[in-house]
Design a protein. Structure first.
Length: 602
């Protein structure tokens, strides 16, 4: 299994070797999980990130503990795992003296089961009575989540799989009190109640894909109180990892695709547009068209698309002129076609898009190219597509690479925004005067107190933004709402549009009035609007607000992280002076002519 490493990189390399570069099997999950439990803190390399994670369940979750540990380690973090006693998750959370609270988890995984949540009601019970019975269960979880959130604990929880019993067939679907309908409705209520607090794993979708009877045979419950057959842990693992990434603000954002035999059949440079396989003229061509349609659907849901191909760029682009092509050249925010290695191409794409390369998913039909990227860029998720285009969608979808908890308008517009950014950058490359270039973008901005429909997006930015983030404090939806209820707090959202497109809600700021000063506690901005003069635009707005609240000083704070050096000099650039205590200060009464912006307020 894994040797004792000397560096985090060596540790992860050894882990990949343990998995053999393939999807984990059940024996591998158990072997790696056991190895994790045997690895002490003293055995870890210096600088290895860790996370304290607790497993809480209504049933036996020993097997789940290994999968959770294995999944977190695959994401580059070493898990320190605590498992609560069988069926005692409520007591563990509510009792401040429990072993769970002594463990001080940073994240908990809660695995519930329908057997604990179905209320014995007459089958003809009115829907209102069913809702009343469900409310008590929702209230229970609200209380548990509140206790955990107050301690700063991230929560990942399973949605429950409805019982498979049919009783009298279709009639069960029409009865609100049927066990299956109770669980489905409870799942809906819990998702609504846990918004902003809980990250969900859709166990019902997993069971549906596998088959309810195969996923959770009754014999496993009766013999060992297991939620499901352990054979399906390899299918559970990517779903858990997706939820973990969402809870820890490490979601994937960019899908990078090869072209030949990945988006169409054949080699565009040899076969030409008329010779590639795409469309209903052949089974393979029809499968490639379906695959392109699936990718187009990802883009419409906010996934940023890019190309990384060994090709002549002009010839490669002709493939999108095929009459059956669903994707077009303009659907891609970056188009890296050259004869250099693909690891270098991915690095250039990351630079072009100004996003972390750890947010990339790379798809290629060539196993050698996939292995090169795995070796050179272990932080990139690699999907080897193989040779059967009919399997591409199922193969990719099983990875849960771009799972989300809910859509925001900014998510749905992200791909278009990055395409607009690419167009603006192309124009910038030809500009000789940055001021004239920015003025020519015809930017319009709006700085305002977030509305209710904005809160989810504000919290999303707070949780995932790493580069332009002056303190990297992370605030949830509940915390944002609590700040907005305070008289001494200012919460601001910023939207930007230009002549190329609408970039949406791309920056947030939280500040607190402290005596005669307004202290900027959190200020962050999406990378896609860096260097657009949004910073002085927002600061001018904050100065007006602070003055209206009676403050005469602005105080800024910068806490360095591994990723936020882009804002290391933000406050000096905005006219702040550094104090002896390391904070920055600017007098509100100072003239603001130095704050030059090319953004016009709406």
């Amino acid at each position: 299994m894994l040797d004792r490493p000397t560096t985090p990189a060596a540790f992860l390399t050894a882990l990949r070797q343990g998995f053999g570069g393939k999807a984990p099997t059940l024996p591998t999950i158990f072997q790696v999980g056991d190895h994790i439990e045997e690895t002490t803190a003293e055995m870890l390399p210096d600088g290895m990130p860790t996370q304290r994670v607790a497993g809480l369940g209504a049933l036996t979750i020993d097997y789940l503990r290994r999968a959770v540990a294995c999944g977190i380690l695959r994401e580059g973090v070493f898990p320190v795992v605590y498992q609560a006693p069988f069926g005692a998750y409520v007591q563990e959370v509510l009792d401040p003296g429990s072993a769970l609270h002594a463990f001080k988890p940073e994240l908990v995984v809660v695995a519930t089961h329908w057997r604990d949540m179905v209320t014995d009601l007459p089958i003809g019970c009115p829907a209102a009575e069913v809702e009343s019975a469900l409310e008590a269960k929702v209230a229970l979880f609200r209380g548990l989540w509140g206790r955990l959130a107050a301690a700063g604990v991230k929560i990942v929880q399973h949605l429950m799989v409805p019982p498979p019993h049919r009783y009298r067939g279709v009639a069960e679907r029409a009865a609100a009190a049927s066990p299956a309908n109770q669980i489905r409705r409870l799942n809906e209520r819990l998702i609504e109640a846990g918004s902003g607090l809980v990250t969900w794993i859709d166990m019902e979708a997993l069971a549906t894909k596998i088959g309810a009877s195969r996923f959770s045979p009754a014999k496993f419950y009766h013999s060992a109180k297991l939620e499901h057959d352990q054979r399906w842990l390899p299918d559970y693992l990517p779903a858990f990892q997706a939820a973990w990434r969402a809870a820890n603000a490490r979601a994937k954002k960019v899908l990078v695709l090869d072209l030949d035999n990945t988006l169409w059949g054949g080699v565009i440079g040899d076969d030409g547009v008329g010779g590639i396989k795409l469309g209903a003229a052949s089974p393979a061509g029809e499968a490639f068209e379906d695959w392109q349609r699936y990718i187009k659907g990802l883009r419409e849901r906010g996934v940023i698309l890019a190309v990384c191909s060994k090709n002549d760029p002009a010839i490669a682009a002709t493939g999108f002129a095929h009459p059956n092509a669903v994707l077009r050249r303009e659907d891609f925010a970056a188009f890296e076609c050259s004869w250099s290695d693909k690891a270098g191409g991915l690095r250039r794409i990351a630079q072009t898009l100004n996003v972390g390369i750890d947010s990339f998913v790379f798809c290629d039909d060539n196993p050698a190219e996939c292995e090169l990227v795995r070796q050179e860029l272990p932080e990139v998720a690699v999907v080897h597509m193989g040779t059967d285009p009919a399997s591409f969608i199922d193969l990719f979808d099983a990875g849960h690479w771009f799972d989300m908890q809910a859509y925001t308008s900014e998510d749905l517009g992200r791909a278009q925004a990055y395409t607009a950014r690419a167009a603006a950058l192309a124009e910038q490359a030809e500009a000789t005067d940055i001021g004239a270039y920015l003025a020519g973008l015809e930017m319009k901005g709006r700085l305002y107190r977030p509305e209710e429909t904005d809160i989810a997006r504000v919290a999303q930015l707070e949780l995932k933004t790493n580069q332009f983030n002056v303190t990297t404090r992370r605030y949830s939806e509940a915390q944002i709402r609590s700040f907005m209820d305070r008289n001494d707090a200012v919460v601001l959202a910023f939207r930007l549009a230009d002549r190329f497109g609408d970039h949406g809600l791309t920056s947030t700021l939280v500040a607190f009035r402290e005596d005669d000063a307004m202290r900027i506690d959190s200020w962050l901005m999406s990378c896609r609007i860096f260097s657009r003069s949004a910073e002085p635009f927002m600061l001018k707005g904050l100065i007006d607000i602070a003055a209206g609240m009676g403050a005469n000083r602005l105080v800024g704070e910068y806490q360095a992280t591994a990723k936020n050096d882009v804002v290391a000099d933000l406050y000096p650039r905005l006219g702040f002076s550094e104090r002896e205590d390391g904070l920055y200060e600017r007098t509100i009464g100072d003239a603001a002519e130095d704050l030059v912006t090319y953004i016009v307020g709406e």
